[in-house]
Design a protein around this ligand. Structure first.
Ligand code: GZL
Length: 342
């Protein structure tokens, strides 16, 4: 056999060998990848969620939405109820880190005090999604994004209704009021929603010197505290023009106290409230409340969608504000408002 032929045959042998190795390699890579894919598909996504408590109908609906969405997404949810204590939330987040969940999501009961535990989550390589209420943090990279309410806009909407009700021509008023005295009941001190609802309201009324906040006090989003404060301040409530309450639970407590004192809610005193739970829509329809600003608790599906994206290594929007409506006594179709579910 001449040398050329020998070289040609051995060259062909080498190329067959190389091709064989390539195919074997490819097949084994595919096998590895499909195993990895199979294992990731087989392994359920695990989300650790720290909820602040069950202080209102809104919060209970928010929890139902989160639990239902996790189930429909096939996500294993580790859920903790902090019973209104930040230290319980921090403990829960640390337990999620120890358990090595895929994603941590939580409602920060107050805006401050989260740096250390969020650094621990970052160092553990676990993405964190903030929901409902915001955190105040200077350090970047400690959470992936936020989804929830725009509490400043809710406060602005409360101010806009008050201006329309007292300072503009409307079906119930032909001339502007000379003075508008407001009694404000705020939510949990230090929470982003109470801060936002207060600041948004003040931003709008700042342009109207006739409007004065004569009393502002925290009812901690609780019906019982709304009732207690209204009972204690009933003499003030006899002379104010409007009550601005940061959530329906407190509003329902205030209404109970007003009725006990013979004050007609919605008539003797205008009432503006936030959440839009069924009871407040029903009160709006009865004329016991004048303006209901929606705060949407049904964020479960959107939270789980963002959690899946985070678990897959995707980036998510920094802030997602949920759509919210305003219902007032000036609307023509209050009966058309859909059942609230909370
Ligand atoms: C708002 C949410 C508030 C609700 C209250 O986003 O954080 O907390 O308005 C609830 O009803 O207690």
């Amino acid at each position: 056999m001449n040398r050329t032929l020998r070289y040609r045959r051995s060259g062909r042998l080498v190329s067959i060998l190389a091709l064989t190795l390539l195919c074997v390699g490819f097949v084994s890579c595919r096998a590895e990848k499909s195993k990895a894919e199979a294992s990731s598909k087989e392994r359920q996504l695990i989300v650790g969620f720290s909820q602040i408590g069950a202080e209102s109908a809104w919060r209970k609906c928010n929890t139902r939405s989160i639990r239902d969405a996790a189930e429909s997404y096939g996500i294993q949810l580790l859920f903790d109820n902090a019973e209104q204590k930040q230290e319980n939330q921090i403990k829960a987040i640390r337990s999620f880190i120890a358990y090595r969940v895929d994603v941590i999501a939580f409602v920060p009961i107050v805006s401050d005090g989260w740096e250390n535990v969020l650094r621990e989550a970052r160092d553990a390589g676990i993405p964190v999604l903030i929901t409902d209420r915001k955190i105040r943090i200077s350090e970047e990279g400690l959470h992936a994004g936020f989804i929830g309410t725009d509490s400043f806009e809710e406060g602005r909407n409360a101010g806009r209704f008050l201006v329309r009700k007292f300072l503009e021509k409307n079906p119930t008023r032909q001339e502007a009021a000379k003075q508008v005295r407001v009694f404000e009941l705020t939510g949990t001190i230090g929470s982003s929603v109470a801060t936002g609802r207060a600041m948004g309201f003040r931003e709008v009324i700042a342009n109207h010197p006739e409007i004065e906040i004569v009393h502002s006090e925290s009812g901690d989003f609780l019906r019982s505290k709304g009732y207690e404060i209204a009972k204690r301040c009933i003499s003030d409530l006899l002379v104010v023009d409007a009550i601005y309450s940061h959530n329906d639970s407190m509003t329902l407590g205030i209404i109970d106290a007003l009725k006990e004192a013979g004050i007609a809610p919605g008539k003797d005193v205008v009432i503006i409230t936030i959440d839009a739970e069924q009871a407040s829509i029903d009160a709006l329809r009865r004329g016991e409340v004048n303006c209901v600003i929606e705060c949407n608790p049904k964020t479960g599906p959107a939270i789980m969608d963002l959690a899946v994206r985070l678990a897959e290594g995707e980036s998510i929007p920094w802030i997602v504000h949920v759509d919210e409506q305003v219902f007032t006594e000036f609307d023509n179709d209050l009966d058309a408002i859909e059942s609230r579910g909370y």
